[in-house]
Design a protein around this ligand. Structure first.
Ligand code: GAR
Length: 220
């Protein structure tokens, strides 16, 4: 491991398929990162099995053992900071994080969300996209701001929505894109190519027009 590797801590709650896509890219030497630890609020998260298999340190911090969100967030910060990360990634971490937590990691906390934000923040995004009649859906990677599923967007990917889609079929289509764009966003961060200015993300110093945000960045 060279000193130029970006130290990362990942937070998960479940399946861990996004975590796996990042591990796979790292093992293929396509991500200049050192994944120092995976922390889960759920002791049964399958992502913990994936982390073990990859030889990555794990830690379970069960939110049910804390009397308040503030205490939980404080314990989480302590567990994360032990690893001195340059970037903290939320990879299917299904807990709301308080303002103090988000501010502590300002500019080095990112999330992936299964919708084209600002459309459909929160849960059940695929069902809600289908119910809305949207013809396009997708996923977003963004810097985390205190309000849930908000913050400057780094990259988005769109997928078509077909009339006979079920939420499960649509979710699988979106997930394939998640596995592509999350490693891409992390690569840009690790290479020092991202900057937040006026609540927008610049890539190599340039702002992307909204439509091109999706398309141009898919090509990068
Ligand atoms: C992913 O679809 C991710 O975008 C979503 O949870 C899933 C986790 O899957 N995250 C959110 O909804 C956050 N608001 P994974 O555990 O297989 O990566």
């Amino acid at each position: 491991m060279t000193t130029s590797m970006l130290a990362i801590v990942a937070l998960i709650s479940g399946r861990g398929s996004n975590l796996q896509s990042i591990i796979d890219e790292m093992h293929a030497d396509r991500l200049p990162i050192e994944l120092r630890a995976v922390i889960s609020n759920n002791p049964d998260a399958h992502g913990l099995v994936r982390a073990h298999a990859a030889g990555i340190a794990t830690c379970v911090l069960d939110h049910r053992q804390f009397s308040s969100r503030v205490y939980y967030d404080q314990a989480l910060m302590t567990a994360i900071d032990e690893h001195d990360p340059g970037l903290v990634i939320l990879a299917g971490f299904m807990r709301i994080l308080g303002r103090a937590f988000v501010e502590h990691y300002a500019g080095r906390l990112i999330n992936i969300h299964p919708s084209l934000l600002p459309e459909f923040p929160g849960l059940d995004t695929h069902t809600r996209a289908l119910q809305s009649g949207a013809r396009q859906h997708g996923a977003s990677v963004h810097f985390v701001a205190p309000e849930v599923d908000t913050g400057p967007i780094i990259i988005q990917a769109t997928v078509p929505v077909y009339e006979d889609d079920s939420p499960e079929v649509l979710a699988a289509r979106v997930l394939r894109e998640e596995h592509r764009i999350y490693p891409q966003a992390i690569r840009w961060f690790a290479e020092g190519r991202l900057e937040i200015r006026d609540n927008c993300v610049l890539l190599d110093g340039a702002e992307q027009p909204e439509q091109e945000l999706v398309h141009a960045k898919q090509l990068a």
